[in-house]
Design a protein around this ligand. Structure first.
Ligand SMILES: Cc1cc2nc3c(=O)[nH]c(=O)nc-3n(C[C@H](O)[C@H](O)[C@H](O)COP(=O)(O)O)c2cc1C
Length: 158
């Protein structure tokens, strides 16, 4: 059975979408089906999908989730669905120049998903736009190990 992987994208200016597309390009093969879903208009029902999830989101405002992620994030906080069956990874994009709220968009999703019973696969990635490392490069370096972990978790819960 191929691993099904849904990448949920929260973005303002498209960088997180680019990261998701790069990961999809490198991950997709006979054993791995990847779908990239911008968060626009999604609600918590998206977590009924089969397989594992990767939340790929930037941070805006004063440590907020991007506009296209607000609906989904708000629904999770308000409706409090039981997500005990969910396994997810978290790739956050931010900028350390915003020292007080560095990568809080990803942190907000990570916190609420954990509160709702979902289990994170691997560590939360915090890309720093001021580091000089391109987020796609960081993702491609991080990706293989995370995919192996995700596959192992998916097999355990199958
Ligand atoms: C107006 C504005 C506010 C931002 N606020 C934060 C912030 O509070 N914390 C943070 O870590 N990064 C912040 N960032 C940096 C973005 O999250 C970062 O540049 C990211 O790579 C953008 O990804 P996107 O194009 O997918 O939205 C901000 C950027 C802008 C332009």
């Amino acid at each position: 059975m191929p691993l099904k992987l849904t990448i949920l994208v929260g973005t303002m200016t498209g960088t997180a979408q680019l990261v998701a597309q790069e990961l999809q390009l490198t991950w997709e093969d006979d054993d791995t089906q990847v779908e990239v879903l911008p968060m626009d208009g999604l609600d918590a029902g998206v977590f009924a999908r089969e397989g594992v999830f990767l939340v790929c989101t930037s941070t805006y405002g004063q440590g907020d989730v991007p506009d296209n992620a607000k609906h989904l994030y708000g629904a999770l906080c308000r409706d409090r669905p039981d997500l005990a069956h969910v396994r997810y990874g978290l790739f956050g994009l931010g900028d350390r120049t915003y020292a007080e709220t560095f990568n809080f968009g990803g942190k907000r999703f990570d916190d609420v998903l954990t509160e709702l019973g979902a289990k994170r696969i691997g560590e939360r990635v915090r890309h720093d736009a001021s580091s000089g490392v391109m987020p796609e490069d960081k993702a491609l370096e991080w990706g293989p190990e995370w995919l192996a972990l995700a596959r192992a978790k998916a097999e355990q819960t199958a």
